[in-house]
Structures are given as C-alpha cells and as structure tokens.
Design a protein around this ligand. Structure first.
Ligand code: HMN
Length: 289
C-alpha cells in the first residue's frame, strides 16, 4: 500500500453523466504512462461530492474492471449520510478494493466523539481497512495528535491521508505511530513530506505529473535530496500554472492533449473559456513529454 497514488479524475460528458470510455482512458494513462503505484477513487479530484450514489458505484465498478489487480485501489466512501458511507464501503469491499478511505464528516460542527463514532460505525459494518482522509482547508475539521491516536486505536484504521501544510503535526504523527501509513496530500509539498518519512502520497496532479511525483518520492527515500529538489521545483512551476488556470479543469484539458478523453467537470464547476483551454494546452506543451 506504499507509494504514489493518483487521486483519480473522472470524465463526465456535457450533461454530467459518467463517460465510461473516458474514465477508462484516464485510468490507463495513469497505469501505462505515469506508472503510479495505485489509484484513490472518488476523492475530491473525482468530484465525489457532486455526484449520486449510483454514479459513485458506477465509477468504482469501471475502475476496478479496468485495473483488475494491476495496482492498489483505495475507495473514498466518506459521506455526510452515514448510511451511504456504509453502503459504499460494503460495495467496494465486495469489489475487492484494497482499502477504503473516508473524509472527516464536515459542514455541521461535529465534535471529536461524533467523528470517532462515524469511523467506527463504518468499520463495524465492513471487513476492510480504513485510511482517514483529513483535509482541514476544505472540511474545517482539524484533529490533533491525541485525536489521531484515539482513531488509530481501531486496528482497522491503518493510516491517514494528510492534506495539510502542518509539518510539525505530520512529524509528530510519524514519530508516534511508526506502523500507520501516512500519505501526503499536497503535491506541491511532496518533497518536504517525504523527508519526514511518509509512506506515500495521494494527489490530483499525478494524473498528469505522476512520473515526476514518483521521482521526487523515490529520490527522497534514497537521500538524493538535491535531485528531488530540482524535480519538485519543476513540479511546483507546473502546479502554480495549473492552480492559476483552474485546477481540475486544467488537468482535464492537459489529459486531452495526451489523447485522453477526460471530458468536462460537473456543475457547479465551471467550463473553461477558450483562452484558458488554450493556456492549458500551452502548459501541457511546456511540461509534458
Ligand atoms: C482527492 O481527494 O482527490 C485528493 O487526494 C486531494 C488532494 O489532496 C488534492 N487536493 C485537492 O484537490 C483539494 C491535491 O492533490 C491538490 O489538488 C494539489 O496538491 C494542488 O494543490
């Protein structure tokens, strides 16, 4: 379960329906060109919080069918509707996903006891292992070292996807829980997290920049920091341009230049205007081989 996992994008058609052919092509691009170690399915980058339960299931099925046992698969099943989270956790477990992950419950200000109960409830209902998805900037939910420790007491919770720029907390978690898996979630901070001995990373930009992410992670593990820093620099030039142009839309346009039918984003995400589509093509020309 270690290594570079792409937070998989999904191809949608103009009406917002899943474009199966396009989704399969995105998967293939990640496996055959980027050669990542695994896929994180239906996370933020998969526009998970904008789609129906049926669409989530459809995506889980298509991805598993395309991947088979080629790489590890983590299914993000978190939902404010805990019945949906349980239903999806069972669904992907039957499909033989290697692990589940669930975003911390958000919107309402849940206290820690409620958050803990959410994870334990999902896990009581499924025979699978869980990776906590912590992304405070989007959820407003921050947890401290002791709270992570309390969640980790459940042996089925095997790790955390840590998407926060708090390297003090990241180091403390690493030190306190050497046996749990830590995945870094900010691609622009991959090297900084890697030197703290994380187990892997999960990111959206790996859909187009997976090869460089693998190099950064592997060089850092080998102590080849100068080389890793060079690649992180190019990576961050790329990420800065992507963020300025529109994150998910730009990644999709870049994929299209690689012959991948990456489709559209779901509303309320906007469709890029012509100037930004052109800009995305220029970014692809500059950074993709
Ligand atoms: C997911 O759930 O899809 C991703 O794992 C989320 C991931 O942490 C990304 N965060 C967001 O998209 C909010 C990052 O890869 C991020 O896109 C990247 O670091 C650029 O800021």
């Amino acid at each position: 379960m270690k290594g570079i996992f792409t937070a998989l994008m999904c191809s949608f058609d103009e009406k917002g329906q899943v474009n199966e052919k396009g989704l399969r092509e995105i998967v293939r691009h990640n496996l055959d060109v980027s050669k990542v170690d695994g896929l994180y399915v239906n996370g933020s980058s998969g526009e998970n919080f904008l789609i129906s339960t049926e669409q989530k299931k459809q995506i889980f099925e298509i991805v598993k069918d395309e991947v088979g046992d080629q790489v590890k698969l983590i299914a993000q099943v978190g939902s404010l509707n805990i019945d949906e989270a349980v239903e999806l956790a069972q669904f992907v477990t039957d499909l033989k996903y290697d692990a589940i992950s669930a975003v911390t419950p958000f919107y309402y200000k849940f206290d820690f006891a409620e958050i803990k109960d959410y994870y334990n409830t999902i896990l009581e209902n499924v025979d699978n292992q869980m990776i906590i998805y912590s992304i405070p900037a989007l959820t407003g939910v921050s947890m401290d070292l002791q709270q992570f420790g309390e969640l980790f007491e459940n042996e089925k919770i095997i790790g955390v996807k840590f998407t926060a720029p708090d390297f003090f907390l990241l180091e403390r978690i690493r030190h306190a829980f050497p046996d749990k898996l830590i995945y870094s979630g900010f691609d622009e901070m991959l090297l900084s997290a890697s030197v703290l001995n994380i187990d892997g990373a999960i990111g959206s930009t790996f859909n187009v920049n997976g090869q460089r992410a693998k190099q950064i992670f592997e060089f850092a593990q080998d102590g080849r920091i100068e080389e890793a820093r060079e690649i992180q620099k190019v990576t961050n030039d790329l990420i800065a341009e992507i963020l300025e142009n529109g994150l998910y839309q730009t990644i999709k346009e870049m994929l299209k230049t690689q012959g991948v039918d990456a489709g559209f984003c779901r509303k309320p995400m906007k469709t890029l205007q012509e100037d930004k589509v052109l800009k995305a093509k220029l970014i692809a020309e500059k950074y993709l081989k």
